[in-house]
Ligand binder design. Structure first.
Ligand SMILES: Cc1ncc(COP(=O)(O)O)c(C=O)c1O
Length: 431
């Protein structure tokens, strides 16, 4: 039985076979056939071809489904649309696995050496230098790799930057900014100058005025849960502070108007476990406060992020990922890559009557594409169709529902194409 359906697994070069595709519950009147898999395979590349024929009582429908050349290496991998922790480049994972066995051929694992060893000091320096090079961060800023996640920055930012009599302004554009807001009032004065909460966070707030006496203006550049993004930053002389957790390194950013940028690593930088903080030196130490040592940016800055035992593995993998970005052409190249991916997906959402986007078009996120099916009874079947195609992590955040496709830097265009193909096919069989 197994051999009948999958002989190509035994003889990949020889077999080209018809494999029945079992109809989903929602399309019980549809018969489908997949002619999948390997027409030929070369040493490193794999040509895969799928021809999908469906017919229904109402409408025959023939569709040429997939024709892709994939690196063999990626074949066993899923199409990873997770929102974070998220997809990492395959080459980064390979190098990380090697370093866990033996770092730089010294006969010890990266996980077994001191964070103060020459090997790790070089990794730390290189990681910081890559951030400086990629984002054009000059010496007026500290570049830190900390622990505690972006969530710890919600309180570390006001603790370090906001004196008791000073005022910080916040824009509330989603769940993460409202968490940052919640932490701020206890350290100084807080003013929420705009919020899109009444509209279900479906857009970025606009038409607000920024008090000129504010110490800083905080915003979340990309709203991971609701799927909106600032495509232009607020223009003001007040220093900007941004939570860039979910769109850092996805496009060029002029850091000069920023007093501070922070980002958890686990979307575009590396794995969970470290948080990047870029802070302008003159924003620190401007008032008296007894700050616990581990929460004081100045302690981390004067110790090159090695005030305590640094999270060596997340920092090392971040270095590899930043190097991967640089090798591909830096943030300009990432922007081009991400532009193409989001265009492909939003085009399908807008043209396919079975789907609709959740946010206003001008504020749509390039990183987290949120959408719904227009016939809610088909939600479960669509999820299943995605799963069958190897698509992972497409379910919307538990507080937002619907679907969310996260298109971070390392997600290949090919994965977005697979998702679009599934959407088209699913729509065709559910007409
Ligand atoms: C925009 C944004 N800010 C903050 C966080 C919280 O990050 P962490 O879990 O590292 O504390 C997240 C997590 O997804 C996020 O997307």
């Amino acid at each position: 039985m197994w051999l009948f359906f999958y002989p190509h697994l035994l003889f990949p070069r020889l077999f080209f076979i018809l494999r029945p595709c079992f109809p989903s519950k929602a399309a019980a009147n549809v018969k489908g056939f997949l002619i999948p898999r390997n027409i030929f395979s070369k040493k490193n590349y794999f040509f895969s071809f799928r021809f999908h024929i469906t017919s229904s009582i109402q409408k025959p429908n023939f569709a040429l489904y997939f024709a892709t050349i994939t690196k063999k290496h990626n074949l066993m991998k899923k199409h990873n649309f997770n929102a974070g922790p998220a997809v990492l480049p395959a080459s980064v994972l390979e190098k990380a696995a090697q370093a866990v066995q033996d770092i730089n051929g010294i006969g010890l694992s990266l996980l077994e050496i001191s964070h103060r060893s020459p090997e790790f000091s070089a990794i730390m320096d290189k990681t910081v230098q890559l951030v400086r090079d990629l984002m054009h961060v000059d010496e007026g800023y500290e570049v830190l790799f900390l622990t505690g996640g972006a969530s710890s920055q919600f309180f570390m930012v006001p603790l370090n930057l906001l004196g008791p009599d000073e005022k910080a302004c916040y824009i509330d554009s989603g769940a993460w900014s409202s968490k940052a807001i919640k932490e701020t009032g206890r350290y100084g004065k807080l003013e929420v100058i705009a919020s899109s909460k009444p509209d279900g966070y479906t857009h970025i707030p606009k038409n607000y005025s920024i008090p000129t006496d504010a110490k800083y203006l905080h915003f979340t550049s990309n709203n991971t849960i609701y799927g909106t993004q600032f495509h232009a930053f607020p223009e003001t002389a007040v220093p900007l502070v941004a939570d860039m957790s979910s769109d850092i390194m996805s496009r060029p950013v002029d850091v000069r108007p920023f007093g501070l940028i922070y980002a958890g690593a686990q979307k575009n930088i590396g794995p969970a476990g470290t948080t990047l903080v870029i802070v302008r030196k003159d924003m620190l130490g401007t008032f008296e406060r007894d700050i616990p040592s581990m929460l004081d940016y100045r302690n981390h800055a004067s110790n090159n992020s090695l005030y305590n035992t640094a999270p060596v593995f997340p920092i090392f993998v971040s270095m590899l990922t930043l190097q991967w970005i640089q090798d591909l052409g830096g943030l300009e190249a990432m922007e081009q890559r991400n532009r193409a991916k989001q265009e492909l997906l939003y085009r399908e959402i807008d043209s396919n009557p079975l789907f609709k986007g959740r946010c206003v078009p001008e504020d749509r996120s390039w990183m987290n594409v949120t959408f719904e099916v227009t016939r809610p009874e088909l939600e479960g079947d669509f999820l299943k169709a995605c799963k069958d195609a190897g698509i992972e992590g497409i379910k919307g955040h538990r507080s937002a529902g619907g679907f969310r496709a996260s298109l971070y830097n390392a997600l290949p265009q090919e994965s977005v194409q697979v998702l679009v193909d599934v959407m088209r096919h699913f729509s065709a069989i559910n007409q």
